[in-house]
Write a protein of this length. Structure first.
Length: 327
């Protein structure tokens, strides 16, 4: 008897810093979820597989599992069943052990669309496509990753493989339009969300934005630096804007000198530089001003925004900074 562990437990497993998921990705093509209600034996096998991965008893005190119908649900304090009537997307499961499977990142992301609001969903998708992982404990800091766990392209392919009318698909695809690959920190994500999120959610809805964008130094500017290229936190094609999040290290003397040289080179090459720091994110009026600067540089008209746009923008800002208010 097989069992499929799914969101939100699967997200905890994917986020665990000491877990290496090396099992094969299955199935080879879209196929129905087969099986029935979880049994004592299948639940025991799932817990044993998680113990072997190094998942703590606390993190698996309740197992989230997929079942094919309402009649197969067996909910309890230690078991939460989630009905999945659709075909499973190809390569959406990871085999942990014989008969024990884990929902892959892309399938977890789709399931998240059924429970998260749009702000949370966009932030979650940014994180999955980033070089960091957020801890389960909000008191802990984020952890850097060597590689992102997925990409916007992979998420989109998974979502599009599901039927048009299935619950959560439109919401997931809409949220994904605001997401970019390659964020290096939660504050970079917050800064970029403020720029890419749709106007209805308080963003300025810039579509032509790339994160960690590499620019080669041209011949005229080569005498100003030893670098061969510069990496932008976020590059906005409209207005040739380099938008940078200035963390605390940028206040250090050596880093400040490096930043000055970088600024001179980019100005020589015709780029506009917009720098955003934590204080600007935490101050409502400063936040509005820097977003207005980016909009004007990009030639974005603001006259057709909703009358309550500033209130929507403030809700977005409050969401972005919520984790750092007490830090």
């Amino acid at each position: 008897m097989s069992i499929v562990l799914c969101f939100p437990l699967a997200r905890t497993i994917h986020n665990a810093h000491n877990v290496s998921l090396e099992g094969p990705s299955l199935p080879d093509q879209n196929m129905p979820l087969r099986g029935c209600a979880p049994t004592v034996e299948s639940i025991r096998a799932a817990r044993q597989a998680l113990e072997q991965l190094g998942i703590s008893p606390h993190d698996m005190r309740a197992l989230d599992v997929l079942v094919p119908s309402e009649g197969d649900k067996r909910n309890s304090d230690s078991l939460r069943c989630h009905v999945w009537r659709l075909d499973l997307p190809a390569r959406s499961l990871i085999k942990l052990d014989s008969g024990v499977y884990l929902a892959g990142i892309e399938l977890c992301a789709f399931q998240a669309a059924r429970t998260m609001d749009e702000y949370e969903l966009i932030e979650c998708y940014f994180e999955l496509c980033s070089f960091y992982s957020m801890p389960e404990d909000p008191a802990e800091d984020y952890r850097e990753l060597k590689e992102p766990r997925t990409t916007v392209r992979k998420l989109k392919d998974c979502f599009l493989s599901l039927p048009d009318a299935c619950r959560g698909r439109s919401k997931a695809l809409r949220a994904l339009r605001s997401v970019r690959d390659g964020s290096r920190s939660p504050m970079e994500t917050g800064m970029t969300m403020a720029i890419t999120v749709r106007v209805g959610l308080g963003g300025i809805q810039v579509r032509g934005l790339s994160m960690n964008y590499r620019v080669a130094i041209d011949e005229e500017a080569r005498g100003l630096t030893r670098r061969k290229e510069i990496i932008f936190d976020a590059y906005i094609k409209r207005g040739m804007q380099d938008v940078e999040y200035q963390g605390a290290r940028h206040n250090e003397e050596l880093q400040s000198a490096i930043d000055n040289e970088r600024r001179h080179v980019l100005q020589k090459m015709g780029y506009k530089i917009v720098e955003i720091n934590k204080q600007q994110l935490f101050d409502r009026e400063a936040f509005q001003r820097v977003m207005r600067t980016i909009s004007e540089n990009a030639g974005i008209r603001t006259g057709n925004r909703p009358d309550d746009f500033e209130e929507r923008q403030e809700r977005l800002r409050q969401f972005i900074i919520r984790r750092w208010r007490q830090r």
